[in-house]
Design a protein around this ligand. Structure first.
Ligand code: SF4
Ligand code: SF4
Length: 165
């Protein structure tokens, strides 16, 4: 497909757009929506079955997932289902701030209200975010974080900051 992530191992927003996995602007304005970063055409379709709203589909088990943007309600259930930790939910519908839901499988567990380090595609810190909600499914947490709007699509993980007390 000629995408540069094959060399860098880091996919870009432009590449996600090319393969149809970047939510369209009119959908982003309406609220939280899934962001699937799975370009590799691997034999996996767990997210298809995980979505309670049938918003993810695939032609074949090795196809890139396709999202029905109108069916996705941004619930985050699929975030915890992906063995590759490749699914996120973004909400950039507000003017002043953004929310991103990321998968998390480490300790300590983040708690609502805590500040955490937010990590970008290359694993480096992008600054701090605030945990707004946490839910667990399949032994994986889905952690919703409030982040600066300009980096919403770059947030791919968190690191919990150990605080005293
Ligand atoms: S966020 Fe919820 S509705 Fe959207 S694709 Fe994932 S499971 Fe389905
Ligand atoms: S569950 Fe994850 S790795 Fe499997 S197809 Fe879906 S997004 Fe890709």
């Amino acid at each position: 497909m000629g995408l540069s992530f094959r060399k860098t191992c880091i996919i870009t927003i432009e590449e996600l757009r090319k393969i149809g996995l970047m939510p369209p602007q009119n959908r982003l304005k309406r609220g939280p929506v899934v962001l699937i970063e799975c370009p590799e055409e691997i034999p996996c379709n767990i997210c298809v079955d995980a979505c309670p709203f049938n918003a993810i589909n695939m032609e074949r088990i090795t196809s890139i997932p396709k999202v029905d943007w109108d069916k996705c309600v941004g619930c985050g259930v699929c975030v915890t289902s992906c063995p590759g930790l490749a699914i996120f939910v973004v909400d950039v519908s507000r003017e002043d701030t953004a929310f991103v839901t990321v998968p998390y499988e480490f300790l300590p567990r983040p708690k609502p209200g805590e500040k955490v380090i937010i990590l970008g595609r290359d694993g480096r810190s992008l600054g701090q975010g605030v945990v707004k909600a946490v839910f667990e499914q399949n032994k994986t947490l889905a952690v919703k974080i409030e982040v600066p709007k300009e980096i919403a699509f770059e947030v791919k993980g968190i690191r919990v900051v150990k605080t005293s007390g």
